[in-house]
Structure formats: structure tokens, C-alpha cells
Design a protein around this ligand. Structure first.
Ligand code: NAP
Length: 259
């Protein structure tokens, strides 16, 4: 399917690896020029060059912490006007509800709620002026079904979800759509490190830890960054202009709910 977005320009945050990289690759395959970002320059430059080589699109790579004000300013300056914004960053650490203090919540809100909101505020007005735009926020399945040890993530992402629900309806009349993608378990570095933690804790091999988690997913496997990226690219396509303010689960059926 031709996604109809060849020649558009996208900012994909936190995109040297994992789900962000999957989104960058799928957009590049559709002919979209990219601004990519991550904190560590080496893997970011390598991912950017790989995408240039494979898809022949323009890629600007900006090493910066997207959750800091300075980092965002650097990325926004390099990005200029974009047609597509994919919001992403690392998730808050796990823990116990009794341990989290105000500062822990402020840090989580800053990274996973206020950072995407700041980027939306910076970039969406020009999209509205041009009458076309796409915003996709990578959140988590924990928005639909809480993961208790990720209480900081549950809280910050629920806040962003509420903001997107209202704001998406305010910008839709100008041709800008805003939606959230909710990953379940995907085979990224993050999943590997979670499996390594379980393996150490329970005295089992990483393969056994992965198999035990896969058994809890109806699809009996982890998702891939490629299928996640393809969904993101579709949401950014010309065909998805009527999808507004939605929360789309990609979890192999992991969240057990009817709606
Ligand atoms: P990942 O494989 O660890 O990749 C994270 C990417 O983001 C890397 O490119 C990393 O590069 C970059 N990054 C992290 N923090 C950043 C920051 N502050 N500023 C700029 N770049 C940053 O992670 P992932 O699995 O793709 O997860 C992406 C998001 O989805 C996270 O918020 C995660 O909590 C959420 N999620 C993932 C899953 C899953 O199963 N994978 C499930 C639910 C939710 P640098 O380290 O060099 O900055």
C-alpha cells in the first residue's frame, strides 16, 4: 500500500533502538525524511546511516536527552517544521508505591507526560497552519491494564492519555491527527534486560525467563519493532486521517478485555 507520505518530514524521538527505531525505519520506507534522536551519539549515528543507506531518505541525527529542556531545544532547532511527530523516551524505573516521593513523580511526569506535551505545543501549531499533521505517542499497555511495579509509568502515561484525548479533538479540524500506540511486550533491549533480571532473580536461564513471559501472551511471542513501526507508519499515512484520539494496543492479546 502506498502510504501517501513520501517527501514528508518526521521527528522520531528516542529512535536509535527499539520501538522508536522501528517507527523511523517504517516511515523511511514510506519515503519520509527523518530527524532522529537518542542520548548516545554512536548508536544514533549508526542507525541514521543505516536508514540513509537502505531507504535513500534524508536523516538528521541529534544526540540529546529529549526529556530535558536543553535537549528538546537542540532537537527542535535541528528539526525546524515537521509534518509528523513521534513522541518516545525511556520509561520510569519500577518500584514500590511506598517508596515514591514527590520528586520521583515529577521526574516521571517530566519524561513521559510533559516532554511529549512540550513537543506537541512546539510543533503542532505549524502543522495546523499547513492543514496537515500527524502525532503518534508511544505509551504503554499499562494505560489500559496497570502494572503495579510501574506505578510511576502508569501515572505519567495516564496523564498524557487524558491530554491527548481532549487535545486531539481540538486540533482535528485543522487536519492534524493525534493518537497513542500502546506497546505490550516487544523484543527490544528493554525486554532483554527485564528477562535478564528475572533470570538472575529466579535462578533460571534468560531463555526460560522469556519462554515463561511468552506463555502469558495469547500470541505466544514478543512483538517486533518492525510490526510496531508499520502500525505507526500507517497511523501517519494519508489513509489514517479519520483516526483521532485513539489508544491502539499492540500486545498480542495480552490485555484481557472486550473493548
Ligand atoms: P529501548 O529498546 O531501550 O530503546 C530506547 C530508545 O530510546 C533508545 O534509542 C534510547 O537511546 C532512547 N532514549 C531513551 N531515553 C531517552 C531520552 N531521555 N532522550 C532521548 N532518547 C532516549 O526501549 P523500547 O523497548 O523501544 O521502549 C520505548 C518506550 O516504550 C519506553 O518508554 C518503554 O517504557 C515503552 N514500552 C516498551 C515496551 C516493550 O516491551 N519494549 C512495553 C511497554 C512500553 P539512548 O539510551 O542512547 O538515549
Amino acid at each position: 500500500m502506498d502510504l501517501g507520505i513520501k517527501g514528508k518530514r518526521a521527528l522520531v524521538c528516542a529512535s536509535s533502538k527499539g520501538l522508536g527505531l522501528g517507527c523511523a525505519e517504517a516511515l523511511a520506507e514510506a519515503g519520509v525524511n527523518l530527524v532522529m534522536n537518542a542520548r548516545t551519539d554512536g548508536p544514533l549515528q549508526a542507525a541514521a546511516q543505516d536508514i540513509r543507506d537502505r531507504f535513500g531518505v534524508e536523516v538528521v541525527a541529534v544526540a540529546a536527552d529529549i526529556t530535558s529542556e536543553d535537549g528538546r531545544a537542540k532537537v527542535l532547532e535541528a528539526a525546524g517544521d515537521v509534518d509528523i511527530l513521534v513522541n518516545n523516551a525511556g520509561g520510569p524505573p519500577p518500584g514500590m508505591w511506598t517508596d515514591w516521593e514527590r520528586d520521583d513523580f515529577i521526574a516521571a511526569l517530566d519524561a513521559n507526560m510533559l516532554t511529549p506535551i512540550a513537543l506537541i505545543k512546539a510543533l503542532v501549531p505549524a502543522m495546523m497552519d499547513r492543514g496537515w499533521g500527524r502525532v503518534v505517542n508511544i505509551t504503554s499497555q499499562s494505560v489500559k491494564a496497570p502494572i503495579a511495579v510501574l506505578g510511576l509509568s502508569n501515572s505519567a502515561r495516564a496523564g498524557l492519555t487524558g491530554y491527548v484525548a481532549g487535545t486531539s479533538r481540538q486540533v482535528a479540524p485543522s487536519g492534524v491527527t493525534m493518537n497513542n500506540l500502546l506497546p505490550g511486550i516487544h523484543a527490544t533491549d528493554r525486554a532483554v534486560s527485564l528477562d535478564a533480571g528475572v533470570s538472575k532473580q529466579q535462578g533460571i536461564s534468560p531463555e526460560e525467563a522469556r519462554a515463561a513471559r511468552e506463555a502469558t501472551i495469547p500470541a505466544r511471542r514478543y512483538g517486533t519493532r518492525q510490526e510496531f513501526g508499520a502500525t505507526c507508519a500507517f497511523l501517519c499515512s494519508q489513509h489514517a486521517g479519520f483516526i483521532v484520539g485513539q489508544n491502539i494496543l499492540l500486545d498480542g492479546g495480552g490485555v484481557n478485555s472486550t473493548l
